[in-house]
Design a protein around this ligand. Structure first.
Ligand SMILES: Cc1cc2nc3c(=O)[nH]c(=O)nc-3n(C[C@H](O)[C@H](O)[C@H](O)COP(=O)(O)OP(=O)(O)OC[C@H]3O[C@@H](n4cnc5c(N)ncnc54)[C@H](O)[C@@H]3O)c2cc1C
Length: 533
């Protein structure tokens, strides 16, 4: 058993920024299920959207975010993010993050701001195309200097501990599985922050690394905290198409289109003009659906990203990772076009949390990709997620530092988790069910949805969920089983939310209801355990 003031689940940008501030007030334990740098954060390429340019303004960034959100963004929360963002981006530089700069007309070093789809101004602060890695590395280095941060790598959170199992009023910690020793440990905390990221791994094609299995959402939902807008899954339009299936698709950042690259069919026809006036810089949902439509028409497996408008030196300098990765695969950008397909990328919904990242359960906070703050609405504006993570981990800290001393440790147990188990479900069954979920989500709950397919998907997912829950009750626990239990539940939440919303809006496109219906559906889809009984 471990006791700490602040338990942080996740070591991406959200968990690490919160932990370093919290460590100045009390003891911190970070649990992270693989290596500490294994997080979506580490793979972010484009950058962080924030207002720094003299020709930009908070109003413009707010307007662009709300426009992308397609009627569902919560304006007051967007305002908070946009206005509090620049200060926190500067703070990242104090943590040692080096962003790319250029020389201004007056010979001063200024941030080299990138352009991305849906933004009306250049406002993407970046570190070449390695922004996430640069941030993650700097934050992990800075974390080393705090003696009171204990980092538990290869530890998978299983479930949150309630003060009372019938009617939980407070979260008092979490059950954690030590992946190496195979032991289950209890960590008791005054404050618990879920910073466990998204759920891209529920889909067959995804840009997300293997950690993104929706664990935090599932844990919060199981303890009775509502989740919202799970139907809004953002598909990144341009992930690299490869013949061999990979665990994680390599992303070709939107910033490449921001620099002039454009989409075309295999036979060379530029098609985005037929779908949107902003062509290849249209919002992501429009581009993903346009590619989906073109692929369905042609029967091909990919479209091409033509990078010839970008000067070769500029490409190499601005996108070194993309350039090197592609070159290793025999693709030479600016002379060759890049084969691309859409892939699941970002979850706009998540655990309902307020402007201070507090959930409905006392002592439990959620921030970053795992949370639903209302900012992204029906579609996320590119590069707003790292910004959201920064702003709401800061707000979580400011609120938690005021309240943590009010909470005593409550040493509760969950009897069902502590039960002795003799049987061990075979791994091949776990992998089989995992693959089935990923395929169902891709084929039935993907970019273009249909009511009858969603009904079928729900039926199949429920069968898998039942089997997994049964296994979970009697089998010895291990990480793949923990993840599968969460994946089945989150897949159900996504599919159920998609079935609930009887309109098409933002990222949710359903052919039975192709129009937006503001009268009935200009609202969030909120689900809680009580409602689903
Ligand atoms: C390829 C790619 C490119 C992107 N590019 C951009 C971009 O340019 N700009 C932008 O704003 N956003 C971008 N995003 C999105 C952005 O990176 C994420 O939304 C953001 O990093 C999320 O940060 P986080 O701290 O909330 O979660 P993450 O960084 O995903 O961290 C989650 C952490 O939780 C841990 N965890 C999960 N479950 C458990 C468990 N059960 N027990 C213990 N630990 C657990 C993980 O191991 C990990 O450490 C991109 C995402 C991807 C995948």
């Amino acid at each position: 058993m471990i006791k700490c003031d602040f338990l942080v689940i996740g070591s991406g940008i959200t968990g690490l920024t919160f932990a370093q501030k919290a460590a100045q007030k009390g003891s911190v334990v970070i649990v992270t299920k693989k290596e500490k740098s294994d997080a979506n954060t580490n793979y972010a390429q484009g950058g962080i959207a924030s207002v720094f340019s003299p020709d930009d303004s908070f109003d413009l960034h707010i307007k662009d975010t709300i426009k992308a959100g397609d009627g569902l963004s919560h304006k007051e929360v967007v305002e908070i993010m946009v206005k509090e963002g620049p200060q926190l981006v500067k703070e990242l530089m104090d943590f040692g993050v080096e962003f790319t700069v250029k020389s201004s007309e007056r010979g001063k070093n200024v941030l080299d701001l990138g352009m991305e789809g849906g933004h009306s101004r250049r406002r993407i602060v970046h570190s070449k195309d390695l922004t996430g890695k640069t941030i993650e590395t700097a934050l992990l280095n800075a974390a080393k200097s705090y003696g009171n941060i204990k980092m538990l790598e290869n530890h998978t959170a299983i479930d949150l501990i309630p003060d009372n199992s019938d009617k939980p009023k407070r979260c008092v910690g979490a059950y954690i599985f030590d992946n190496i020793s195979g032991k289950i440990i209890r960590i008791y905390s005054r404050i618990t922050l879920l910073a466990s990221g998204g759920a891209g791994q529920l889909y067959l094609h995804t840009t997300n690394p293997s950690i993104a299995t929706g664990d935090g959402i599932s844990m919060a939902y199981r303890i009775g905290v509502p989740v919202a807008n799970m139907e809004f899954i953002q598909f990144h339009p341009t992930s690299l198409y490869e013949k061999e299936e990979t665990e994680r698709a390599f992303l070709i950042s939107e910033a490449v289109r921001g620099e002039g690259a454009f989409l075309k069919t295999i036979d060379g026809r530029s098609f985005m003009g037929n779908y949107h006036p902003m062509k290849s810089l249209a919002p992501r949902d429009i581009i993903a659906r346009a590619i989906d439509a073109e692929l369905k028409k042609s029967g091909e497996k990919f479209v091409l990203l033509d990078t010839s408008p970008i000067e070769t030196k500029r490409f190499e300098n601005r996108f070194p990772t993309i350039h090197n990765t592609l070159s290793e695969k025999g693709i030479f950008p600016t002379s060759d076009s890049i084969p691309v397909v859409p892939a699941a990328h970002y979850l706009c919904g998540g655990i309902v949390s307020d402007v201070n990242a507090k959930t409905s359960l006392t002592g439990l906070y959620a921030a970053g990709e795992v949370a639903f703050t209302g900012i992204h609405g029906a579609n996320r504006l590119a590069s707003n997620s790292l910004l959201e993570a920064l702003v709401f981990s800061e707000r979580a800290f400011k609120c938690a530092k005021k309240e943590f001393k009010k909470f005593n440790f409550i040493l509760k147990r969950i009897d069902t988790l502590e039960r002795k188990r003799k049987m061990k479900v075979e791994k091949n069954i776990i992998f089989h069910n995992r693959d089935v979920i990923k395929k169902i989500m891709c084929d039935y709950v993907g970019i273009v949805r249909k009511e009858s397919r969603l009904v079928e998907a729900l039926k199949r997912i429920k069968t898998i969920e039942e089997e997994v829950n049964n296994n979970f009750e009697y089998s010895r626990i291990f990480p793949e089983l923990i993840e599968l239990r969460n994946m089945a539940q989150v897949a159900k939440l996504i599919t159920y939310s998609a079935l609930t919303r009887k309109e098409s809006r933002g990222l949710h496109y359903i052919i039975d209801y192709p129009e937006k219906d503001d009268k009935r559906w200009k609202k969030d889809t909120i689900l809680s355990k009580d409602m689903m009984k």
